[in-house]
Ligand binder design. Structure first.
Ligand code: GCO
Length: 254
């Protein structure tokens, strides 16, 4: 009897996988036995990440494309399916953050955030869907956010996009369950990633996160891997449309 969390024989595609949460997710899936395709748009960073995981004897390859470019996505996914035969698991992790007062927030930056954080998961999911439907098997996991549920000043566009990711998860889950495709979301709280470097380096904000979080600290990217493996595995076959908050308790504390 194999473990319900064994991903041997599965092919997983992780977007934005060369660092931070995406890299931790990719490493976790590979450690669970999956053959993992790392996506990113910077070749040198992507190759470095792949080399690091290969040095750990993990099965990884790379797919260089920008998740805001629909044609590049289609070509990239087709190339992966030609090389691997199938894509069983998709993690829509790629995301950006731009911070600024709502009143003066530039429309161009709003469009960037929506394109990467919300439209890209839509396009990526469509790109892998035909194969998943044909095989009557698929796991799609969107990386949502604590901001899918809560809000703070200066990140309103990101919050709006991540709120959309939560509903995208629910809508896709309901429509695709008939094909044995489960769609869920991971909602990270404050993790120590490059996207949050400015916050970590800000003594006041850093102190606020540590006081506001019952665990008293920032999350480490590797702490996301277990939940990612669970949602990618047969252990979650009867779970769909759900968003799993992983935030050290922040969202449940006064
Ligand atoms: C911010 C942060 C947050 C969180 C994360 C939540 O500026 O408040 O970037 O958005 O770190 O994105 O998932």
């Amino acid at each position: 009897m194999t473990s319900p969390f064994d991903l041997s024989g599965k092919v997983a595609l992780v977007t934005g996988a060369y660092r931070g949460l995406g890299f931790a997710i990719a490493q976790g899936l590979a450690r669970a036995g999956a053959s993992v395709v790392l996506n990113g748009r910077k070749k040198d960073l992507l190759d470095t990440a792949a080399s690091e995981l290969r040095a750990k004897k993990l099965k990884v390859s790379t797919a260089l494309f920008d998740v805001t470019d629909r044609d590049a996505i289609r070509q990239g996914v087709a190339a992966i399916e030609t090389e691997h035969g199938h894509i069983d698991i998709l993690f829509n992790n790629a995301g950006i953050q731009r911070r600024g007062a709502f009143a003066e927030f530039p429309l161009e930056q709003w469009n960037e955030i929506i394109a990467t954080n919300l439209t890209a998961p839509f396009i990526m999911s469509q790109a892998v869907l035909r194969g998943m439907i044909e095989r009557k098997y698929g796991k799609i996991v969107h990386v949502a956010s604590l901001m899918s549920e809560l809000a703070r000043p200066t990140v309103v566009p990101y919050t709006a996009a991540k709120g959309g990711v939560r509903q995208l998860t629910r809508g896709m889950a309901v429509e695709l369950a008939q094909h044995n495709i489960q769609v869920n979301a991971i909602a990270p709280g404050y993790f120590a990633t490059e996207m949050n470097r400015a916050l970590i380096d800000n003594a006041e904000f850093n102190s606020w996160v540590c006081k506001r979080t019952p665990a008293g600290r920032w999350g480490e990217p590797d702490e996301l891997a277990g939940l990612a493996v669970f949602l990618a595995s047969s252990g979650s076959n009867y779970i769909t449309g759900q968003m799993f908050v992983i935030d050290g308790g922040m969202s449940v504390a006064l």
